[in-house]
Design a protein around this ligand. Structure first.
Ligand SMILES: [Zn+2]
Ligand SMILES: [Zn+2]
Length: 187
């Protein structure tokens, strides 16, 4: 089975080690290879002054247009408050079975909730969010299994309740999709 190649693009000031550790965990989960790049866009264009948040739908379109020849999917990391019109905020979003996803660290950080800094918890949440959004791009939908990383999360506490892994059912589905992708002439 050939390896999927994923590009992580970091927009904003990120602790490199945090992204590297996230990449390591995601590569392990989906048996893929991950390259980390720095992205440069003017985020002020995506700021909604009325909501004082950044438009997730507009940003994911930008990410989709960033194409890296060596890479199948692009997951972009932000550190700003993201929204989509129908929701108060989002941790991230992705195109189902597509090639782009976005994740924001903004609401994953304990300091947003007036709690003490906890880098290990932040890393764990970031890994779960990255695995979740990448799972969508790999064709996985939300899962009812509470421990599955594809279980949907509204609040940060929901993220803490689930594991960083896909459940057996989602894992089988992921493998089946990989195989059908290859049989239909994909890489
Ligand atoms: Zn989701
Ligand atoms: Zn599942």
């Amino acid at each position: 089975m050939s390896l999927q190649t994923i590009t992580f693009v970091s927009f904003g000031a990120f602790d490199r080690e945090l992204l590297e550790k996230t990449a390591e965990a995601v590569a392990e989960e989906y048996h893929c290879a991950i390259t980390i790049r720095d992205g440069h866009i003017d985020l002020s264009e995506y700021f909604d002054a009325a909501r004082r948040q950044y438009n997730g739908n507009a940003l994911i379109k930008v990410v989709q247009l960033l194409s890296f020849p060596e890479s199948d999917k692009t997951l972009a990391f932000f550190n700003v408050d993201l929204f989509v019109p129908i929701l108060t905020f989002i941790f991230g979003q992705a195109y189902l079975g597509g090639n782009a996803g976005i994740v924001s660290m903004y609401r994953l950080d304990n300091k947003r909730y007036g709690m003490p800094k906890n880098n290990q918890l932040l890393l764990e949440r970031l890994i779960k969010e990255a695995n979740h959004e990448l799972g969508h791009t790999l064709g996985l939908i939300h899962c009812k299994e509470p421990l599955c990383v594809m279980h949907s999360s509204t609040y940060v506490e929901d993220i803490d309740q689930k594991s960083r892994h896909v459940c057996n059912k989602c894992h089988d589905e992921f493998l089946a999709k990989q195989n059908s992708h290859q049989n239909s002439g994909g890489s």
